[in-house]
Design a protein around this ligand. Structure first.
Ligand code: G1P
Length: 295
């Protein structure tokens, strides 16, 4: 029977230097977007797409990630005693969403190396990878579509989005040919190419579904761009003997690793909240008028 995608890996071991000084004492994955940390959005996206078992790759000073998904019985009891049943339900839901496991990457050797830490946990199954910086809007079809493509084709799938050519040097870059509406066949992958020589402006966007053979390729991958073991390089080796599909999309992504896009995520997701949206909209309109952005 064709393998189903039930496991996911979330690499969350990075130093988060772009968010200093916040990240001096708190992991960037714990940055709040309204009232929940970025990592919770990522895990909810995975669970929503049918993932049941999640391995988070962390590092030193990231204990708060584990605490967030643990039961907090004292707090549950205190809230229950006060009759705050909605709050109890919400914090308990967080710890019951999926089987969530943690492993530490002792040394920051790169994204490919971090994903490689999941080998024993994943075993011989296909699995998804969700990078911790990107939040996808809950209406996004990307991860669900990628998993459906995997299950139909039994080929690895990577999320791709067009970016302005001058920005491609910040991403993995794919050359590809169209197969159907959202699906392409990837023919070349390069990590952070010089925009002058990049094969396209199609950028890799932090969501992957892999066959387990990716682990063999990671083990053989030498340090690449930035002196780090890159998942993109391991994927390029995998492609020499297995098909690699791309799932293309155009919207619904927030790159919370960038301050400006983090701000956009907070504003847009707060506007959508029933409890905050109406009042926040009024505040935003007042600010826009005061700043001369609208009349
Ligand atoms: C990583 C990947 C890159 C991908 C990017 C997406 O780079 O190596 O291929 O395009 O995430 O956000 P990083 O942003 O960690 O430098």
């Amino acid at each position: 029977m064709a393998a189903k995608v039930k496991k996911a890996v979330i690499p969350a071991a990075g130093l988060g230097t772009r968010f200093l000084p916040f990240t001096k004492s708190s992991p960037k994955e714990m940055l709040p977007v309204v009232d929940r940390p970025v990592i919770q959005y990522i895990i909810e996206e995975a669970v929503d797409a049918g993932i049941e078992d999640i391995l988070v790759i962390t590092s030193r000073h990231k204990k708060s990630l584990e605490d967030h998904f643990d039961r907090l019985v004292d707090l549950e009891d205190a809230l229950t005693a006060k009759g705050k049943t909605d709050e109890v339900r919400e914090i308990r839901r967080i710890s019951e969403m999926a089987q969530i496991h943690f492993v530490r990457q002792g040394e920051a050797l790169g994204l490919g190396h971090a994903i490689g830490m999941a080998k024993n946990h994943i075993g011989g199954e296909p699995f998804a990878v969700l990078l911790g910086d990107d939040i996808m809007h809950r209406s996004s079809p990307v991860l669900k579509g990628m998993i459906a493509a995997y299950e139909a084709e039994q080929s690895s799938v990577v999320a791709l989005m067009e970016v302005p050519k001058q920005d491609i040097g910040s991403y993995g870059c794919a050359a590809a040919t169209a197969l159907s509406d959202n699906l392409v066949q990837v023919s070349e992958l390069v990590e952070k190419p010089d925009p002058e020589v990049a094969p396209s402006n199609l950028a890799v966007m932090g969501r992957y579904v892999f066959t387990p053979e990716i682990f063999d390729e990671i083990a053989k991958t030498q340090p690449g761009a930035g002196g780090e073991i890159q998942i993109t390089d391991a994927m390029a080796s995998l492609m020499t003997y297995q098909r690699m599909l791309g799932f293309t999309f155009t919207e619904g992504r927030f790159d919370t690793g960038k301050k400006i896009d983090y701000l956009r995520a907070v504003v847009e997701l707060a506007l959508e909240r029933e409890d905050l949206g109406p009042e926040f909209r009024t505040i935003l309109r007042d600010i826009a008028i005061r700043e001369g952005l609208v009349s």
